[in-house]
Ligand binder design. Structure first.
Ligand SMILES: NC(=O)c1ccc[n+]([C@@H]2O[C@H](COP(=O)([O-])OP(=O)(O)OC[C@H]3O[C@@H](n4cnc5c(N)ncnc54)[C@H](O)[C@@H]3O)[C@@H](O)[C@H]2O)c1
Length: 345
């Protein structure tokens, strides 16, 4: 059954109560599709589910996923549900395999049982591991993750590719670089707990809601010595998922695409942008490098443009930081002003 671009699809969004999933549910609804969120609320927020029903369940439970797919006559899945903290994956790898790989197995089994044909998967730049140069990364580079988080996401990609080929499903893995920013209308935003991402932590430090920021390392081989990353607005990411869902593909096809801007920004540039945008400087200090932090992770996203016609449109740093600061000043849910976390990238 080849799938062509159609509006009005009934899409299960696993992890749709979380950050990127909730923005994607909104983008799906705005494009005429019907998102049905499946989330165990272990890290997500019921208040973020505003564009369709919420089914509370665990993606490792293939029977529960299949029941929800039948109840809502699901024909495609966007699979976000999983654990995301790289540092925790080094200390506690088992749940990353269990949830990120086992959860993907549960979703695929339920798809085969119910006939849902398309899966769009949240993958990550972490599949590339420690790049050997500062050049933008293409999808053809060797895949050599350096932590259990990246390992589990790469294994899930491979599981999806194998099951697509064997069972005539279709799959797209989207490898995000650094997701950031918030809904322009302020209804949803990034509400991780604990937060480990640079932009919300820098904004909290500037606004006095959180501790001073620690920049991990200022002796990287980058122009200003701090780490360089590729920051892409969550609304740009959400739009890419809709395009991947609608993309015409033959039975059994699977491919992976990078999603980024192609332009790297250093930690110091982000700190300056937060100061400029909020009108408050970011209190910060410089600490030692963290183990395994690459100097630079920047996407070559030209394949996503060629295949999906996607490119980042809202991902200039001031737009990103402005929306993130707007959300942090008045979050609709998940308020948290007290966690002593700080990171460099
Ligand atoms: N945030 C980023 O910068 C980034 C970058 C690259 C890739 N990703 C990937 O994108 C996806 C979403 O990231 P996010 O930042 O929105 O994370 P998030 O923590 O906000 O969302 C994940 C959601 O999955 C749910 N979940 C976790 N385990 C579950 C389970 N067993 N069953 C059902 N639901 C479960 C959580 O409750 C949460 O709502 C993840 O798969 C992550 O690996 C994120």
């Amino acid at each position: 059954m080849a799938i062509s671009a159609t509006a009005g699809r009934r899409v299960m969004v696993t992890g749709g109560a979380g950050y990127i999933g909730s923005h994607t549910a909104k983008a799906l609804a705005d494009s005429g599709h019907s998102p049905i969120v499946f989330d165990d609320l272990s890290a997500g927020h019921a208040e973020a589910v505003q564009w369709g029903p919420l089914v509370i369940g665990d993606v490792r439970d293939a029977g529960a996923v299949a029941d929800a797919m039948r109840a809502y006559r699901i024909d495609a899945v966007i699979h976000f549900a999983g654990l995301i903290e790289v540092g925790r994956s080094m200390r506690e790898p088992a749940p990353f395999w269990d949830i990120n790989l086992g959860g993907t197995a549960g979703v695929l089994q339920a798809m085969r049982e119910t006939g849902a044909g398309r899966i769009v998967f949240s993958s990550t730049a972490a599949v590339y591991g420690q790049p050997q140069s500062l050049a933008a990364l293409t999808e053809d580079l060797p895949l050599r993750p350096i932590n259990p988080y990246g390992d589990s996401k790469l294994a899930a990609e491979r599981m999806i590719a194998g099951l697509c080929a064997a069972h005539g499903l279709t799959g797209v893995a989207l490898r995000y670089f650094n997701a950031c920013g918030a809904d322009a209308e302020g209804r949803i935003g990034e509400a991780h707990d604990p937060e480990s991402h640079l932009i919300p932590l820098a904004v909290e430090a500037a606004l006095g809601f959180g501790p001073a920021l620690t920049l991990f390392g200022d002796d990287f081989p980058t122009p200003d010595g701090s780490c360089v990353r590729d920051y892409v607005h969550v609304e740009d990411l959400a739009r890419a998922h809709v395009l991947a869902l609608e993309h015409a593909m033959g039975d059994g096809a699977f491919f992976a695409l990078n999603l980024g801007t192609g332009t790297g920004r250093s930690v110091r540039e982000v700190v300056e942008a937060v100061g400029r945008t909020t009108g408050r400087s970011v209190p910060h200090s410089v600490g030692p490098r963290r183990a395994g932090d690459p100097a630079s992770l920047v996407a070559d996203a030209s394949r996503a443009e060629a295949v999906l016609g996607w490119r980042a449109e809202q991902s200039d740093l001031d737009t990103i930081v402005g929306s993130a600061a707007g959300w942090r000043r008045a979050p609709a849910f998940g308020r948290r002003f007290h966690h002593a976390q700080s990171v460099a990238a």
